[in-house]
Design a protein around this ligand. Sequence first.
Ligand code: BES
Ligand code: MN
Ligand code: ZN
Length: 489
Amino acid sequence: MKLLVQDISRAKKAPLLVVFALEGKAPQTPDGLELPASFTKGFDGKARSTRETFTEDKAWPHVLMVGLGDGDKLDSEGLRRAAAVAIRAAKAKSVSGVGYYVAPEVAELAGGEEATGRDLAEGAYLGVHAFAGVRKDNKAPALKQLTLWASGAAFKRGATKGKLLADACNFTRNLQDASGNNMRPRDLAAQAKKLATRSQQVRCRVFDEKAMQAFGMGLFLSVSQGSEEPAKLIHLTYKPKKKAKGVITFVGKGLTFDAGGVSIKPSGKMEEMRYDMSGGAAVVGLFHALGDMDVPYEVHGIVGASENTINGKATKPGDVHVGMNGTSVEIQNTDAEGRLVLADCLTYAQKKTKPDTLFDLATLTGAVIVALGHELSGIYPSNDDLRDKLLEAGERTGEYCWPLPLMDVHKEAMKGGQIADLKNIGPGSLGAGSTQGAAFLSYFIDEGQEWCHLDIAGTAWNAGPRDWSGGALGPGVGTRLLIEYLERR
Ligand code: BES
Ligand code: MN
Ligand code: ZN
């Protein structure tokens, strides 16, 4: 679907015209178009409500009204949702093109021209996305063109940005949604490599198990040794054109399938564990956006891609392995594998990229779903400034975050018994399962390193409906959030 942004005075025609109505007000329309009173009468403009009509007007034969709700409460997620409602309706009606008419009053209430352009385009492109899957009945969508009619250069800038962000997020979603046999560690690595060819400023290296052995990544390899599929360490780099203002590194958990290993998971819903690479997908997706932007930082993306399955060589509960930073771990539960993969990726990230700020994104624990549900990611920022920036970025993108505690008592609980420095699980009696995961990771973070762990196990799939997303498929969480963070920095 192509994007065209035009000045409001040039609004001439479209197979389907979308007009937005604020609660209690009739929608504004392009010059020369009178909507019949019978059409607008009684339409309350409540958020996400719609009404359509066919007219005798050659330029505007088909009109869809979409409610925005109370103008004073209109936020960016509300706009994204309205745009998504409209685009899904257009898609369902199989029209070839759709035009949104955005009255200046709407743009003003919605946070200005730039923000409105961004949110509408973002919502439309997120909303039009559909995962293709592997199906016989796939056909090319009829909808080829989206036109946004509004005023001002700022609107156009915003709309271009919104499309860029949605494209990156949709890229992440496609990685997430692919089945485990179609998105093996090697496939994720291939996608990252291919992505790097889109931009001169993005580069990608992929390390195999032999290289990982040489790095001393015994914890990571303890996970992949139980699988026939070789693990991959993916390292993406973005370099700005000018001298970088600093280095920011993102690490992602890329478990392309997590069966639990010898501590095997129950079979109910085990198929959902193809989503256990969602942190890695979000990190790769970041570089989709970075390639099209002008971010002044050097950015690294490091993804530990592996399966956690089971064979005769698989790690057994009680086995001890040593990580790249020399720390030994007794693996008491092979299903707490993400933290082992991340431990070595975090060590690698600090040694090789020397970041000013370090992030990791992981579908790490079921416990974070108990704590925060599916609408908020749990975050563990090492300082208040980082926390505030992430909370703001979450509000702006609708990828909401909430800080969770990490105390000395939790760190103590991860110390090993008689046979190793650490254990990979803490005592059940301590509770706070998500915090225990973060506490384990903290042993692989250098003193003074600015760091934030994001537990996205709840938000990576199964979230509530938001018109452009929701349900079993992935919303691409993390990519838009962290681009927003980079821009706020
Ligand atoms: N990938 C899972 C976490 C998960 C569970 C994500 C459910 C999404 C939905 C992770 O590897 C895992 O198995 N964690 C264990 C940790 C436990 C053994 C300490 C968990 O959460 O049960
Ligand atoms: Mn697991
Ligand atoms: Zn896992």
